[in-house]
Design a protein around this ligand. Structure first.
Ligand code: CUA
Length: 160
C-alpha cells in the first residue's frame, strides 16, 4: 500500500516537472518573440512591401557625409537594386542595408564582408558595414527560394 502511494507521488511529481518544462519552453519562446519585436528590427505586412515608402522604390539614400542607407528588396529571383543594376556606394562610407522580401524567405549576402542575413517576408533585416576600399562585391542568396534560386545574385560596386 505504501509503495503504491509513493509511486503515485512520483508520478504526480514527474507530471508537474513535465508541465513546468513545457511552460518554460513556451514562456521562453514567447519572451524571445516579444524581445525581437521590441528591438530595432522593423516589420511590415509582406503584402504591403511593394507599396512601402522605402521598399516600393528601393535604392541608395545618402543620410550623412559618408553615411548611406541602402534599401533592398530580395524577391524571386532578384535583388532590387543589385541584380539588373548594381548598388553603387563611394569608398570610405558607412552603409546600412535594410532588406526585406515580399514573397518567400531569401538571404542577402555581400560576398567578402560579414553581411549575411536571412530575409524573412515582411521582416526588415538591417546591418551596417564600412567600405574603405573601392571594389566589386557579389550579392548572393543563400536560402533556397525556388527554381531559380541559384541565379539570384547581384553586384555592389564601391567606387573610388
Ligand atoms: Cu532567393 Cu535563394
Amino acid at each position: 500500500m505504501n509503495i503504491h502511494t509513493y509511486e503515485k507521488l512520483w508520478l504526480v511529481a514527474a507530471m508537474v516537472l513535465i508541465v513546468a518544462f513545457i511552460g518554460t519552453i513556451t514562456y521562453g519562446s514567447v519572451g524571445l518573440g516579444i524581445a525581437m519585436v521590441g528591438d530595432d528590427s522593423d516589420s511590415i505586412d509582406p503584402n504591403d512591401v511593394l507599396d512601402d515608402e522605402e521598399f516600393g522604390d528601393p535604392g541608395v539614400q545618402q543620410v550623412g557625409e559618408d553615411e548611406y542607407e541602402v534599401y533592398v528588396r530580395a524577391q524571386t529571383f532578384a535583388f532590387i537594386p543589385g541584380t539588373t543594376e548594381p548598388i553603387e556606394i563611394p569608398e570610405d562610407s558607412e552603409v546600412t542595408f535594410h532588406v526585406t522580401s515580399p514573397d518567400v524567405i531569401h538571404s542577402f549576402s555581400v560576398v567578402g564582408t560579414n553581411v549575411n542575413t536571412m530575409v524573412i517576408p515582411g521582416e526588415v533585416a538591417s546591418m551596417t558595414v564600412e567600405f574603405d576600399e573601392p571594389g566589386e562585391y557579389g550579392l548572393v542568396c543563400n536560402e533556397y527560394c525556388g527554381s531559380q534560386h541559384h541565379e539570384m545574385e547581384g553586384l555592389l560596386v564601391v567606387t573610388p
